[in-house]
Design a binder for this molecule. Structure first.
Ligand code: ATP
Ligand code: MG
Length: 241
């Protein structure tokens, strides 16, 4: 079976006033289907940049990336993907229900299926009561939730989430954890960046740690983190080494 994500020798450089920023340097990483994969690293490590390449938003300076065997530069690679951005923003003039309906149409889902999935996802994200209000009136956490629901409307094979629990209250974090667990149960692949290491420890099969654009650790949490140590302690030690 082809890897859900396959990244080979990926580098991304941005020109800047003070010289070139090497956001990503020679990253090689593979994620098997059915894995919940935590993508970690300090601020500015290159996580969002990697995700942007996976979604075809950002061009690589070197190397390649593919999703289920399709180069990320081809639209077909994105057909089976759900994506939640680091700064979720949506059409504020739509209601939550309208947004999900609109997203369902983009994937050419039949109306009956859109209606069913919309109701399910509104319930799963705790937004049923707010469903017919404009998104403009939503709180930050509610926006995050509706964007998560949007990412799931096409029942994606691969879910790419850039800090899905950022800005959420403990209940919201638990809901996200449940949503991830339910998709894993259904055999889907989940790749997400996070700074909430206690969440990552609970949710992930494997993790990768980036630092200054380079991969510094990768593997199952249980084999990386010594017994009796927390992922947070391991992360701090690894990143500061
Ligand atoms: N468009 C851009 N132009 C110039 N530099 C950029 C651009 N986008 C990102 N960078 C730089 O690339 C590096 C990696 O940024 P990136 O957003 O990928 O980090 P991150 O790991 O997602 O961090 P965070 O945890 O803060 O979200 C940073 O040094 C950032 O300043
Ligand atoms: Mg980021």
């Amino acid at each position: 079976m082809k890897p859900a994500i396959d990244i080979q020798g990926l580098s991304v450089a941005f020109p800047s006033r003070t010289g070139t920023v090497h956001a990503l340097q020679d990253l090689t990483l593979s994620v098997a289907p059915g894995t919940v994969f935590g993508f970690l690293g300090p601020n500015g490590a290159g996580k969002t940049t990697t995700i942007q390449v996976l979604l075809g938003f950002q061009e690589a300076s070197a190397g390649t990336a593919s999703l289920f065997g399709h180069a990320t530069t081809h639209t077909i690679a994105r057909e089976k993907i759900g994506y939640l951005s680091e700064n979720p923003d949506s059409y504020n003039f739509l209601t939550g229900r309208e947004l999900l309906t609109f997203a369902g149409r983009l994937f050419s889902l039949p109306s009956s299926e859109i209606k069913k999935r919309t109701a399910e996802l509104l319930s799963e994200t705790g937004l049923t009561e707010a469903a017919d209000r404009r998104i403009a009136t939503y709180s930050r956490g509610m926006r995050q939730r509706i964007c998560m629901a949007q990412a799931l409307i096409n029942d994606p094979e691969l879910l790419i989430l850039d800090e899905p629990t950022g800005g959420l209250d403990p209940l919201g974090r638990r809901d996200i954890r449940r949503m991830i667990a339910a998709r894993k149960e259904a055999g889907k692949t989940i790749f997400f960046s996070s700074h909430e290491l206690s969440e990552v420890e609970l949710a992930c099969d494997r993790i990768a740690i980036l630092s200054k654009g380079r991969l510094i650790a990768e593997g199952p949490v249980s084999s990386l983190v010594p017994p009796g140590e927390s992922l947070e302690r391991y992360f701090i030690n690894t990143v500061s080494a």
